[in-house]
Design a protein around this ligand. Structure first.
Ligand SMILES: Cc1ncc(COP(=O)(O)O)c(C=O)c1O
Length: 439
């Protein structure tokens, strides 16, 4: 039977995640996997979860097993509101932060609308943007367009308002990034400096200025591991104000900082236009599938209505668990241990890269999160090398999968949270040998 006529017009835009495909095909325990973004199982607070399961049932009884409010149970919203210093009315619980990205795209984006993102982009976000047929454009396209406008190369377009001149925005944005190249490394551009220099038509350039929102991961980006400086965040805010668009600040790793000082969130800089997405996946356990959105009430109201048709309400038992875990201080205690564990893994991976990687390779030095980004000599194609690496027992994610245009084939994302410590050295050794042979 030919089923194709049954599918909606959205279906051809669905993007299959190469990371999930790797998981389908490979037994992760049998290889050295730097591919996924899984947390380390040792960070899961199993004993707390055992204790809290019965405490939640004692305290809330069958209410914990019933349907709940679409916004989330008040107890969890209150705990999150207290932790981040916002009113409860500005907190919406989501069934994972992936749902947060998806629901924001669904609520704000019509097919053909522009979403601005800096490259490389988190794959799950790309999947949602594409599923709603958004046009994903690079932030640098907007910046170069603004410079063109100031220089009179193209028309002024739809931008209006006060604030800094487009030229000042364009010239200062993204000049530096904390967590750049490893001190041990030798060469290679940071992912941001490799942005596609657009030669698109004037109409395309103008279109970029009509963006609905800017999507960013300011802290410990997935996939690059980079962190935006305060100046970079301020430029994002200035840009959003100039374009009069929203900002979706995706922040699942913010609490996982191993070095350096915390930088203000974009939400703190521009609460009136920012939707800040948080997640329990990396600070509790991803199996609970819980996240939250902090944002202006008028925006949350539409998200709330949209969420009614998605899942009626987030999982109630899980929310009480998360509320007790966060509210009792158990989360902070577990977080301290988690940070020590991940700092050790990050430092080990960086030391091994310095020891084994050949000349011409570079990597980012993440101040937190779960990933670093490897840039290899231009001639190396990490997509082509992938099967060889897998046969030799190593998995990674090719960097080009995180670029809308499939470019940057000489890059890869490396995860340091999931792999067993004793597999880290053999894995990096195998990988560096494969790269050395390919050069
Ligand atoms: C940047 C980013 N956003 C969102 C998510 C989704 O997280 P969650 O498990 O809360 O859906 C991930 C997961 O890896 C991520 O890296």
């Amino acid at each position: 039977m030919d089923y194709s006529k049954f599918f909606s017009a959205d279906v051809p835009s669905f993007l299959r995640s190469p990371v999930r495909e790797i998981f389908r095909k490979v037994d992760l325990s049998a290889i050295c996997s730097f591919a996924g973004g899984y947390p380390a199982a040792v960070t899961f607070p199993v004993e707390d979860i055992k204790r809290l399961s019965s405490e939640v049932l004692e305290k809330y009884g069958t209410k914990a097993l019933q349907y709940g409010a679409t916004q989330g149970v008040p107890e969890l919203r209150e705990v999150i509101a207290r932790r981040y210093g916002v009113p409860v009315s500005q907190v919406q619980i989501t069934t994972s932060s992936q749902q947060g990205i998806d629901v924001c795209t669904r609520v704000f984006v019509n097919p053909g609308d522009v979403v601005l993102a800096n490259n490389p982009v988190y794959l799950g976000a790309l999947q949602s943007f594409k599923a709603y047929r958004a046009q994903v454009m690079n932030l640098d396209l907007v910046q170069s367009t603004m410079v063109d406008q100031v220089q009179g190369i193209i028309g002024r377009g739809p931008i209006s308002g006060t604030g800094p001149s487009p030229a000042s925005v364009a010239s200062t944005a993204f000049q530096g990034t904390s967590g750049g190249l490893s001190p041990g490394d030798k060469s290679g551009p940071s992912p941001k400096s490799g942005w596609t220099k657009s030669a698109e038509a004037e109409a395309q350039k103008r279109k970029a200025l009509s963006a609905k929102f800017i999507y960013v991961i300011p802290d410990f980006n997935n996939p690059s591991g980079e962190t935006m400086t305060l100046a970079e965040r301020e430029e994002i805010v200035r840009l959003a104000r100039e374009l009069d668009c929203l900002i979706v600040e995706d922040s699942p790793y913010r609490e996982l900082r191993y070095s350096g000082e915390p930088v203000k969130t974009i939400r703190e800089l521009a609460p009136e236009r920012t939707l800040h997405l948080g997640s329990f996946s990396k600070i509790f356990a991803p199996g609970f599938r819980l996240g939250w959105i902090i944002g202006p009430e008028e925006l949350l109201e539409q998200i709330y209505i949209c969420k009614q048709c998605l899942d009626l309400c987030p999982p109630v038992f899980d929310q009480y668990m998360a509320a007790e875990f966060m509210g009792s201080g158990a989360l902070d205690r577990n977080l301290q241990k988690t940070i020590v564990e991940y700092r050790k893994r990050r430092d080990l991976m960086v030391a091994l890269l310095e020891k084994y990687m050949p000349e011409g390779c570079s990597w980012t030095y993440p101040e937190g999160g779960l990933f670093l980004w490897l840039t290899l000599p231009e001639e190396i194609d990490t997509v082509a090398l992938y099967d060889e690496a897998l046969s030799a027992g190593v998995a990674y994610v090719a960097g080009s999968f995180f670029y809308v245009d499939g470019s940057h084939r000489n890059t890869m994302r490396m995860n340091f949270s999931f792999i067993a410590e004793e597999k880290m050295e053999p894995g990096i050794k195998i990988l560096s040998n494969i790269i050395r042979h390919a050069i």
